[in-house]
Design a protein around this ligand. Structure first.
Ligand SMILES: CC(C)(COP(=O)(O)OP(=O)(O)OC[C@H]1O[C@@H](n2cnc3c(N)ncnc32)[C@H](O)[C@@H]1OP(=O)(O)O)[C@@H](O)C(=O)NCCC(=O)NCCS
Length: 138
């Protein structure tokens, strides 16, 4: 598993990354939305999650006032439950030098919360619309 920059060669494959239908209440229906967000607003930086030649997911990161944020974490429905989500998060956290990393997650998204909990993220009392902000301080 690798985190890869978005390139002329891989952007279509990253754009096609899609969650399961029942997960569309938690994330965009296609990673294409996140690619556009990264491209147009320049707040987030998208990365592809690859395994060999295959793109299996999308993740993005940003920074605000010295605090890093992770968002847009989607493993394509075909590739879930094979350890890619955990590996991508670990790799992303390793790359980010910040003392605090935040993300937001819907309270019903128990699969994602289980993963974030295992990585040491703790719920905060901050909310971003209907998503609770979790923080990892290190
Ligand atoms: C959350 C998500 C990224 C996890 O990716 P993944 O590659 O399937 O996860 P992994 O195989 O690395 O599993 C890591 C841990 O996540 C949790 N998990 C993943 N899928 C799960 C499921 N269907 N049910 C319960 N727990 C689950 C488990 O704690 C798991 O650890 P375990 O295998 O030791 O039980 C993936 O389910 C996904 O893309 N979901 C839709 C998008 C989303 O909700 N993103 C998060 C937005 S905040």
């Amino acid at each position: 598993m690798d985190l890869v920059e978005i390139t002329d060669e891989n952007w279509r494959a990253v754009a096609d990354v899609a969650p399961r239908d029942d997960q569309r209440r938690y994330v965009a229906a296609l990673a294409a939305s996140y690619l556009l967000l990264s491209d147009r607003e320049r707040v987030w930086t998208s990365l592809g999650i690859s395994e060999g030649d295959q793109i299996v997911g999308h993740i993005m990161w940003g920074e605000e006032e010295g605090i890093a944020w992770i968002g847009g974490m989607v493993i394509d429905s075909e590739y879930q439950r094979r350890g890619f989500g955990r590996a991508a998060m670990e790799r992303m956290l390793h790359r980010l030098p910040h003392r605090e990393v935040r993300l937001s997650v819907h309270p019903d998204n128990t699969a994602a919360i289980a993963l974030y909990d295992e990585l040491g993220f703790k719920p905060t009392n901050m909310w971003d619309d209907d998503e609770q902000v979790y923080a990892l301080r290190r």
